[in-house]
Design a protein around this ligand. Structure first.
Ligand code: FCB
Length: 459
């Protein structure tokens, strides 16, 4: 393999995690329950009945985990803050022990020369807010703003980079339209208010962060490149509709201050209210976070075809689009298509669509391969190395094509609780033995460290 292409000087390498996926300690230090605590206790929701109750026990092992991150040599560490550790009921009383945990985490990162990049909301909504309507309620957006105010007041003297929400599209689609993720509502198009209220929450968060003098503010959005199954008009229209729902519904309001025209009628707000909301939502950002995993192949539903189980997401019948597996010879052990060229494509598409696109950071990218320790005790995950290598090259291609990409954060630093798929899916550079909580550096750990060391730096 040739040496990795050189990315621009100052390009930032990082790794990402999220609170519910790693912390465990769900009943400790006053943490209130979140929708994921509730959801994982419902029979049949999670593969093998796994939960995040213990996860990788990061809450108790934070010092050792930070030492591993320092050894990895990353510039930035993206983690998320659990809202219900800070405000156990979502609003009202603040839990000082929750704040103290993230205080220690931030100090521990800075002491090791790593820049903290917290995500303020990565899907673990306090259950108390879900009980009052969750993201279907406009009040939740305001509650998020107040929570952000509490966090930035405490950490804002040391944290310069902030990510508001993670993948509102996935939470809306999987958690509110379908039933795969918490809170498992299954509302179909009735989920649209959850999209608007998360966007509004983003707007409130940006406003609070700006008031507090935050230096760099961004968002982390899942972008599935949408590929039509053929060039036929029907398939192109179907792909366009799906594209609007998965990508533009969430990106247009932030980056262009509008909703895709065809979806506007589904937003139950009058024009004046919507205009005011969109003004807040579209406040300028310092960076735009893109999470990329795989493309989606979409066609107009063919009569008599049973699409159940065809793609990773099962959509209800009667929709004007159907999902097919993206044709790719290589797949991860999770079954996701490996298509690095589509990362370049979506980055170019974003740049073309949005004249005001801020600098981009790839806030997540990675793969689940199930490799575990071999007879020599090591984890030889050559496929992850190949995956990351190909995707970094795809980023370099996008940069060469004129997209301003400033960083790449791999998902994930450690193996962790992968939502509905439980503990079987392993995305980490560090292997975790769930029985003993032993951490083992995979081969990709050393590889990533060497890539980082080899890059030019103007830091
Ligand atoms: C993303 C999530 C992240 C992780 C990866 C594999 O959609 O943001 O928490 O689960 O997928």
């Amino acid at each position: 393999m040739t040496a990795l292409p050189i990315l621009p000087a100052g390009f930032r390498f990082g790794a990402s995690t999220a609170s519910y996926q790693i912390e465990g300690a769900v009943d400790e230090d006053g943490r209130g329950p979140s929708i994921w605590d509730t959801f994982t206790r419902e029979p049949g929701r999670i593969r093998n009945g796994d939960t995040g109750d213990v996860a990788i026990d990061h809450y108790h092992r934070v010092e050792g985990d930070l030492d591993l991150l320092a050894e990895l040599g990353i510039h930035d560490y993206r983690f998320s803050i659990a809202w219900s550790r800070i405000l156990p009921q979502g609003t009202g009383a603040v839990e000082p022990r929750g704040l103290a945990f993230y205080d220690r985490l931030v100090d521990g990162l800075l002491a090791r020369g790593i820049r903290p990049v917290p995500t303020l909301y990565h899907w673990d909504l306090p259950q108390a807010l879900e009980d009052r309507g969750g993201w279907l309620s406009r009040d939740t957006a305001e509650a998020l703003g107040d929570y952000v105010g509490v966090v930035v007041e405490r950490l804002g003297d040391r944290v310069r980079d902030w990510i508001t929400l993670n993948e509102m599209s996935v939470q809306t689609l999987y958690g509110y339209a379908l039933t795969d993720h918490a809170p498992g509502r299954g509302l179909g198009f009735g989920a649209l208010p959850a999209a608007h209220h998360q966007l509004l929450a983003h707007g409130h968060a940006v406003a609070r962060l700006r008031e507090a003098g935050a230096e760099r503010v961004g968002v982390a959005q899942q972008h599935f490149p949408v590929v039509p199954a053929s060039e036929s008009m029907d398939d192109l229209v179907a792909a366009g509709t799906f594209q609007a729902i998965t990508n533009w519904l969430f990106a247009d309001p932030i980056l262009a201050g509008r909703y895709p025209e065809e979806l506007r009628p589904l937003i139950p707000l009058d024009d004046a209210q919507l205009a005011a909301d969109l003004e807040l939502i579209s406040a300028p950002l310092d960076f735009y976070g893109v999470n990329y995993y795989e493309p989606m192949l979409v066609e107009a539903p063919r009569e008599g075809t049973d699409y159940a189980g065809a793609a990773e997401v099962d959509l209800p019948e009667g929709l004007p689009f159907a999902l097919l597996p993206y044709p790719s010879e290589e797949r991860t052990d999770f079954g996701w298509a490996i298509a690095p060229g589509q990362l370049t494509a979506i980055l170019r598409e974003l740049r073309e669509r949005y004249p005001n696109l801020p600098p981009v950071v790839i806030t997540e990218g990675g793969a689940s391969f199930h490799d575990g320790p071999g007879p020599d005790g090591a984890v030889h995950d050559a496929r992850r190395i190949a995956y990351l290598d190909a995707h970094l090259r795809a980023v370099a291609d996008a940069v060469a094509a004129g997209v301003d990409v400033r960083g790449y954060y791999t998902w994930s630093a450690f193996d962790n609780f992968e939502w509905a798929a439980g503990n079987d899916e392993r995305f980490g550079l560090v292997y975790v033995d769930y029985a003993t909580q032993e951490r083992i550096r995979k081969d990709s750990f050393a590889w990533y460290r060497d890539v980082i060391t080899a890059q030019p730096s103007d830091r």
